[in-house]
Design a protein. Sequence first.
Length: 133
Amino acid sequence: MTPASTRWDGIVGWVWTRPTPLKRAHLRQHPFVSCTYWDPQPDLAVAECDARWEVDPTERERVWNLVAVPALPLGWDPVTIFPGGPADQKAGLLRLDPWRLSWYRPRTWPPVGGPRCGSLPESTRRTSRNRDK
């Protein structure tokens, strides 16, 4: 997966990627991904997500247009990778639903005494204990 193929739609993340046998097997056994964003400020954001393959044709078309319509740097032309469009058999669409969002702004790296961290409020955070609620 590449940063250019990732798009956040509200709090839901979408990733266009090739659904290789290895990715399919991994997500079948462990349907989770961790996404990170780093900035030289230095800022670091981490999203721990439930992940599943999106197969609904209407939703795939909608998400295809999310990345195809905006100009660079937000958008990109997915036809360059998936010439068959959103119905291309080689175009896998992953839906990422975050259950934990964290951000760090350490003064040094590695941070002394641990990173300063912010997370979703407990009432909105899904953990392994309440993920199915």
